[in-house]
Design a protein around this ligand. Structure first.
Ligand code: HEM
Length: 269
């Protein structure tokens, strides 16, 4: 599989990193039928992990639906589904709706089929500050700037950022990293390049002109480390990122759990 994004080449620390992209590039595609992956989660026992909405969010949800339908170039029937979910099942991305309530940008609805270590039930209703409590320094260094970006988003502008981590599974739906982490000591070092994966989230922000909300999209791309190692200059840049990542960033992503497996792969790179 080709590597679509390599954000470790840009940053090994927490940063905003938002850049404008063309509205036509809002969704990257790459998945034939996202509903086949998302519907079983939404309709089954995992429902509270992958879907949540608050009262009063339906008008903004419907606005997201209309924007997504325009972006994919075909109408979307809700067939009784909440509008945000009806939109989310047509794209590979997860869709998070932010609305300003009591002076704070809050998550008013979300479809989170590929959540990275959090669940819809946990985060629904949270403000930007509350969402980012576990991220060291977010409140002091980033919150005011991120809030200003949300407040000042212009209609039609789409902003993109990427983040990255290393995990030991290609699974997209990862509400709880506990079982994955517990299994790390049993990984055969000879298979590390196939078992370890770079997990990259490509996120976008876009204002909803009518309701004044903001839609935050999250597309998760997962590649085995062997895809990085296949290109020596790319591997060298990954090795550099691994060795120089900020201590807070390493601790948050639990990169130390993988050090013994990654070290032989990047040795000499
Ligand atoms: C666009 C502005 C935003 C910026 C700059 C930002 C930044 C960050 C950063 C730096 C992290 C740490 C992981 C990483 O990305 O490397 C993070 C984690 C997270 N962000 Fe954001 N974020 C933004 C918007 C949002 C929005 C709109 C949501 C709502 C769903 C959100 C929910 C989260 C959650 C749930 C985490 C994981 C926190 C945990 O570990 O429990 N972020 N964010």
């Amino acid at each position: 599989m080709t590597l679509r994004h390599a954000p470790w080449e840009e940053a090994g620390e927490f940063r905003i990193g938002l850049a404008p992209i063309a509205a036509s590039a809002w969704f990257e595609g790459g998945e034939t039928d996202p509903s086949a992956r998302k519907d079983p989660l939404f309709e089954g026992a995992a429902a509270p992990l992958v879907w949540a909405e608050t009262g009063g969010s339906r008008p903004a949800q419907a606005e997201v639906l209309a924007l997504v339908a325009e972006a994919i170039g075909r109408p979307i029937e809700t067939q009784g589904r909440p509008p945000l979910y009806a939109a989310a099942r047509c794209v590979a991305d997860d869709l998070c709706l932010m609305e300003k309530r009591d002076g704070h940008w809050r998550l008013s609805a979300l479809s989170l089929s590929a959540g990275s270590f959090f669940t819809a039930a946990e985060v629904i209703g949270r403000s930007l500050s509350e969402l980012h409590r576990p991220v060291t320094g977010f409140e002091d260094r980033l919150l005011a700037r991120v809030t200003r970006i949300f407040d000042g988003l212009r209609d039609g502008l789409v902003l993109e950022r990427r983040n990255w981590s290393v995990v030991s599974t290609p699974e997209l739906h990862m509400p709880d990293p506990g079982p994955m982490r517990a299994a790390i000591p049993a990984i055969d070092p000879a298979r590390a390049a196939q078992v370890l994966h770079v997990r990259c989230e490509r996120q976008t922000l876009r204002r909803l002109p009518t309701t004044g909300g903001v839609v935050f999209t999250i597309r998760v791309w997962v590649n085995p480390l062997s895809d990085v190692a296949a290109d020596l200059s790319r591997l060298a840049r990954f090795a550099q990122a691994w060795r120089t990542a900020h201590p807070d960033f390493r601790a948050y992503k639990r990169l130390e759990l993988y050090d013994a497996l990654v070290a032989p792969l990047i040795d000499g790179a």
